[in-house]
Design a protein around this ligand. Structure first.
Ligand SMILES: [Zn+2]
Length: 370
């Protein structure tokens, strides 16, 4: 940078130096910044954004019914569910809290809600004369995007999670996510000020420690990173660690009695119809993936990459082709029904194809041979 500026000065000899220097600075930045880093480069330089903007695809519009209530000036919405139970959203993430005469039981603390959680709780509890103090903090699972603001509450809050949640958070040693002191294996009832939350664990699904949180009197279920009311699941079936467990979580959730679903993501609450639509979307992906693996001729993939010995190229192109074949009709069926069907269905189909291979022994061309 210094060298380029010196050269410019000597050539221009005072004529248009400032403009030339600015151009060279901009050109150097543009050349040095890969496309993936363009956002950061634009923010840092304030000059490189136009030249570095990647070629972004267009997607189908989000159906109106997939969106939630408008956010306030501080970027959040808080609203009642039933009988002292409330939810908070920023349009991408959600938390839930129970206001009782003895204090607030908060479930999750997404960092994107951050201090707005404290504002939302005060906004709701003050007018009805209930304490604003959070006495209990329940963790749905250990992931930082859902509990990364848990450190905002000090040592006198009782933190509650699954036993595996404590193990993972002790491993992570993140001051933003203090490990819970109160843990359970299968089931725990949290009773505060005459109100009640029932926590249960049914094995690994999205994460090994992901739990089901029920407010029985309010007929509400909170389960995070499983359902996406009004939307297709986030990429690769919510980047879940245990795919058969994640699929089974749909049946477990629908086996409980509830009317309202707090799913942890996006801008609105869910109802049973949302859970049933998503279960059907997953079933459609599995059917499409089985058909794709059965019907896709692997010969061209082996013929092109086999002679050069590029095994990974065979796998990548075959699995991608199977995922695209499985996703095609599913995307068409759910466009206009579930938001972002055209954004994540191929990625979701890829995970289904891969889970069929490794969990269900549907190996297609990679089965026992000879
Ligand atoms: Zn998660």
């Amino acid at each position: 940078m210094t060298h380029a500026t010196d050269v410019t000065n000597s050539i221009d000899a005072g004529r248009g130096t400032t403009a030339r220097r600015a151009f060279l600075t901009r050109a150097a930045l543009t050349a040095a910044v890969p496309a993936a880093a363009s956002l950061t480069a634009g923010l840092l330089s304030g000059t490189a954004e136009a030249a570095a903007t990647p070629d972004l695809p267009d997607f189908a519009p989000v159906p109106a019914g997939s969106l939630g209530p408008a956010l306030n000036g501080q970027g959040y919405y808080v609203g009642p569910i039933a009988d002292g139970l409330y939810w908070v959203t920023d349009g991408s993430y959600q938390a839930m809290f129970l206001a009782t005469r003895e204090g607030v039981v908060l479930v999750d603390a997404p960092p994107t809600l951050g201090h707005n959680l404290i504002r939302a709780i005060e906004q709701v509890t003050r007018p009805i004369g209930l304490p604003s103090k959070v006495t209990h903090l329940v963790y749905s699972h250990s992931h930082a995007d859902h509990i990364g603001a848990a450190g905002l509450w000090g040592k006198d809050v009782e933190r509650i999670g699954h036993a595996e949640n404590r193990r993972l958070l002790k491993r992570d040693a993140d001051p933003g996510r203090p490990a819970p002191a109160t843990v359970f294996e299968d089931r725990l009832v949290v009773e505060v000020g005459g109100e009640r939350l029932e926590l249960s664990h049914h094995g690994a699904n999205h994460a090994p420690d992901n739990i089901f949180i029920r407010a029985p009197r309010q007929r509400t279920l909170m389960v995070v990173d499983v359902f996406y009311p009004g939307w297709v699941p986030f990429s690769n079936l919510a980047v879940s660690q245990e795919i058969p467990g994640w699929v089974r979580a749909h049946d477990i959730a629908l086996g409980y009695r509830w009317q309202t679903l707090v799913a942890g993501h996006l801008g609105r609450l869910g109802h049973r119809g949302d859970a049933e639509v998503q279960r059907q979307y997953i079933a459609d992906l599995y059917a499409g993936a089985r058909a794709a693996i059965a019907g896709l001729d692997p010969t061209p993939f082996f013929a092109k990459y086999g002679p050069g010995g590029n095994a990974w190229a065979v796998f990548k192109t075959y699995l991608r082709a199977a995922a695209e074949r499985a996703a095609g009709p599913v995307t068409d069926k759910y466009l206009g029904v579930l938001a972002a069907a055209d954004v994540f269905t191929v990625d979701n189909a890829f995970t289904v194809v891969e889970s069929l291979r490794i969990d269900d022994d549907v190996l297609g061309p990679f089965a026992i041979h000879p």
